[in-house]
Design a binder for this molecule. Structure first.
Ligand SMILES: C[S@@+](CC[C@H](N)C(=O)[O-])C[C@H]1O[C@@H](n2cnc3c(N)ncnc32)[C@H](O)[C@@H]1O
Length: 243
């Protein structure tokens, strides 16, 4: 295993090639519809569950599902910032993402979104829904925290989700970070943890997936095919069930 590093996540994404103008973490958010597909979720089945979305960014998953009575807590490293600042950051990062995507459009699967402009429009809507919900529930349902040190009691959540933080940045975030994050999410979870995606850029599965499967005891792990693919080959999630 790699030596433990002390990732200052503020520079985690600094040198990510497509986003090299960005200082600090990439702060964007997927739509709630993407979450449903990435994690094989059904709105009806979520009611009554306590759900944690880790590294939730500017996703509309919490805000939208809350309207249907679903109990979601969202955690992100930079939720201590003001809503207006997060909104500006999200818009800037989304613009850079779309500019980058237009240059490498053929490397992605345009099934959920028809093209980069369609993606931009949908993610802008997600950001608006996020900002409105964040303004109402900051500190209550939006908690600033590092994924490696979550401010919750053991077994607080039935379902924990983590989208687009682990595995895709395995050239920036060490294996130690991945292991700590997964163990910490499992600590606060009493049911199951779902991780998506498992591939990094160019559709290659992260080598950390096999290591995580090998290194975590007393759980049931399953690779599950999902009806969502944006990065080529990225149509699988890792489901980790506590036993
Ligand atoms: C690419 S965004 C993904 C957002 C959302 N999960 C989605 O799929 O749309 C990654 C998020 O991880 C957050 N993040 C980065 N490092 C973190 C850490 N150590 N703990 C908690 N959140 C972190 C960033 O602030 C950013 O919002």
């Amino acid at each position: 295993m790699e030596k433990k590093d002390n990732i200052t996540v503020n520079n985690t994404f600094k040198s990510e090639s497509s986003f090299n103008k960005i200082q600090g973490p990439i702060f964007i958010g997927r739509t709630w519809q993407e979450y449903m597909k990435m994690f094989n979720l059904d709105l009806k089945e979520l009611k009554g569950l306590k759900i944690l979305d880790c590294a939730a960014g500017a996703s509309s998953f919490r805000g939208h599902t809350a309207k249907y009575g679903v109990d979601v807590t969202a955690v992100d490293l930079i939720y201590n910032e003001k809503a207006d600042d997060l909104c500006v950051k999200c818009k800037e990062h989304l613009k850079l993402l779309v500019e980058s995507l237009k240059k490498v459009q053929d490397k992605f699967v345009w099934k959920f979104f028809s093209d980069p402009d369609d993606l931009e429009f949908a993610r802008e809507q997600a950001c608006k829904e996020f900002v409105s919900d964040f303004n109402s529930y900051k500190g209550e349902h939006y908690i600033p925290a590092d994924i490696q040190n979550l401010p919750f009691e053991d077994k607080s959540f039935d379902l924990v989700l983590c989208s687009h933080l682990l595995f895709i940045y395995d050239h920036r975030l060490s294996y130690e970070f991945h292991l700590n994050a997964v163990l910490e999410m499992l600590r606060v979870c009493k049911g199951e943890l779902r991780l998506y995606p498992l591939v990094k850029n160019m559709g290659v599965k992260s080598e950390f997936v096999a290591s995580i499967i090998a290194d975590i005891p007393d759980v049931k792990m399953e690779l599950v095919e999902v009806d969502y693919e944006f990065r080529k080959g990225g149509n699988e999630m890792l489901r980790i069930v506590k036993i």
